[in-house]
Ligand binder design. Sequence first.
Ligand code: PEP
Ligand code: MN
Length: 339
Amino acid sequence: MIVAMQDTATEEQIQHVIEHLVRMGFSVHRTTGERQTVLAAVGARIDFDIRNLEVLNGVQQVHRISEPYKLAGRGFRPDGTVIEFSNGLKIGADEVVVMAGPCSVESREQLFTVAELISKAGARVLRGGAFKPRSSPYSFQGMGEQGLKLLREAGDRFNMLVISEVMEISQIPLMLPYVDILQVGARNMQNFNLLRELGKVKKPVLLKRGIAATLEELLLSAEYIMAGGNYDVILCERGIRTFETYTRNTLDISAIPIIKKLSHLPMTSDPSHGTGRRDKVAPMARASVAAGADALLIEVHHDPDKALSDGAQSLFPEQFRTLMDELRMIAPAVHRKIA
Ligand code: PEP
Ligand code: MN
């Protein structure tokens, strides 16, 4: 950390800041130029709040140099994390993994119809919500355990892994026998009790960025899971809330290269929730692969007009097939392949 003192700072103020830093456990290196004193504070502590220094008399500016997370940071595993599943599928390696399926599991017929179509088109992971975080308590809330059973059955039948959202701690043991990846939704990104419990689980967790979360907050939430011993965390950009109203959310494509630089964790993009409009999903999926995403999460429905949730952003099967063909052309341009 670098603390720049004001030109007018007195020796007493400088000493006070030095004492404060030493108390925090830093060793302090002082440089006094012609006009200004700069203090370089070196130490292993990461749990400090720079505002405590910014408010001291005589301080002009404080810069944090080390990141506030350590397990989620790129430095922890410079070569990147690759998550390998028992069927050989890898997330975070050369191949981009496409996860697809309906927003919600609605019935056996719906799930099996969609699952067959998307697996033929090349999806490797089947998505589907059994527990749904809906903005309104009157909207469809999901099929619960019955939905999880259907997901497992359809995944096994059509050779896909299964991902589904966990909304609260009590659902974890219920979900573990059925899913391969546990999804933490945007609304739960900072549900720290849930994150801590997921740190004890032996299955990968896909962590979505909150609707108003900074990338540093996303990485700190990943740190909660990793600090509990579960290092298999997959991050996901799913759009943030901005002043734009044309789209449901604004998909922050720049989050992909930024996260790939800051962290070793695989990065996913969800252009369905990221745009909220079917016609915008394919362009943003293509852009996500071009920007370096390790995986995509896409909503597809065989009859989206009748979907119980998120129909407007669900692709028709034919659109999904076309998109997969396009992604197979785009991926090689950025030295990747589609898994
Ligand atoms: C979903 O994947 O269906 C979902 C609810 O996503 P999010 O948490 O990003 O809104
Ligand atoms: Mn959805």
